[in-house]
Write a protein that binds this ligand. Structure first.
Ligand SMILES: Cc1cc2nc3c(=O)[nH]c(=O)nc-3n(C[C@H](O)[C@H](O)[C@H](O)COP(=O)(O)O)c2cc1C
Length: 327
């Protein structure tokens, strides 16, 4: 597929993406292809590849993802009240480096609009996770109320809730990963998730010790899965990117794999293994295979959709079908 969106500005391509996704998903013979099928907590995944948080913030194109070949989808980050993006430039990309920079800050339609959309759409062909966060003007000591509220409103219409404590673009959000805050957050969110499993999405910028501590605290309070990772605040040498904003794509690859390896090792001997979802720098079907080999149960992409386009899930299915055929 020729990436015509390469010739648009990052913001124009972003604005037009939902139209492209819908158009491409309306092409004939569109169901989610089966490869490495997987079941977790009664949820059936036809395959292991999903769209990452932030791609479909308001569930605007939720019905398209299975038709594009994805095995699951994540909506959000959704906050209780609607909010606008951060001021100024919020998105850019480096095509040669396959790198994205964003400083969005959870622009979204708010929990009630997104719930209405989920109600209109009805049940989906693939499992759906809802990623929830706090509004930027909610005080840190009240953050858990925002997460619990968004979980309460959205959980009846989705299959799992994802607690996002790792976006670098909402001031103070990452402090919620600390052991002092995380336990309360997971407990309150679980109490309001209508029995749906709760996952936590972590940053790639924690030390191994801090990440292991966060995994323990979250699991100890009933989190049943983890997404590793969100975007990074680190920068390539001689980088011209602003200090603020998160980087993803190829530059994130090694950090994201390192966090996955820490989590896999951490739970190796545990009797109840949590769901491990790998995100960050997955840019080719071979990258998907590598994450599964490293111990991920599921894999998510954002940058691959930008650089490879909406056929990425079909390319990945062909790759795995070919692997089975030649093995
Ligand atoms: C423009 C943009 C917006 C994002 N918005 C969110 C978000 O709202 N919530 C979230 O949990 N992650 C968000 N992310 C992070 C992605 O879900 C993912 O964790 C990260 O981009 C790494 O994957 P990638 O290398 O495939 O892009 C966003 C990423 C980008 C590039």
């Amino acid at each position: 597929m020729i990436p015509i969106w390469k010739f648009l500005s990052a913001s124009a391509a972003h604005a037009l993406a939902p139209l492209g996704v819908r158009f491409y998903s309306d092409l004939p013979s569109r169901t989610s292809p089966e490869w490495k099928p997987f079941t977790w907590k009664g949820l059936s995944f036809a395959n292991r590849l999903g769209v990452s948080g932030g791609v479909d913030k308001n569930a605007e194109t939720l019905d398209c993802w299975s038709r594009l070949g994805f095995g699951f989808a994540e909506i959000g980050t959704v906050t209780p009240r609607p909010q606008k993006p951060n001021p100024g430039k919020i998105l850019d990309r480096d095509w040669n480096e396959k790198l994205l920079w964003n400083k969005m800050g959870f622009p979204n339609a708010g929990q009630y609009d997104v719930r209405a959309r989920l109600q209109t759409l009805g049940p989906q062909a693939v499992p759906v996770f809802a990623n929830v966060g706090k509004n930027r003007d909610t005080a840190p000591e009240k953050a858990h109320e925002d997460y619990a509220e968004a979980a309460r409103i959205l959980s009846p219409f989705v299959d799992a809730i994802v607690i996002n404590v790792s976006s670098p673009n909402t001031q103070g959000l990452r402090s919620l990963q600390s052991k002092e805050m995380l336990g309360t957050l997971v407990t309150h969110t679980r109490e309001n998730s209508n029995g749906k499993p709760v996952l936590v999405k972590f940053s790639p910028d924690e030390s191994e010790t801090a990440l292991r501590e966060s995994l323990d605290v979250a699991a100890g309070h009933g989190a049943e899965g983890f997404i590793l990772t969100n975007t990074t605040l680190s920068r390539p040498p001689d980088s011209n990117w602003p200090e603020t904003g998160g980087l993803s794509g190829r530059f994130l690859q090694e950090r994201s794999k390192a966090a996955l390896k820490v989590a896999v090792r951490h739970f190796q001997a545990s009797s109840s293994k949590p769901l491990l979802v790998s995100a960050g720098g997955v840019l080719t079907p071979a990258d998907v295979a590598e994450r599964l080999d490293l111990g991920a149960d599921l894999v998510q992409v954002y940058a691959a959709l930008v650089f490879e386009g909406p056929s990425f899930a079909r390319q990945t299915a062909s790759y795995f079908h070919e692997k089975v055929r030649t093995s």
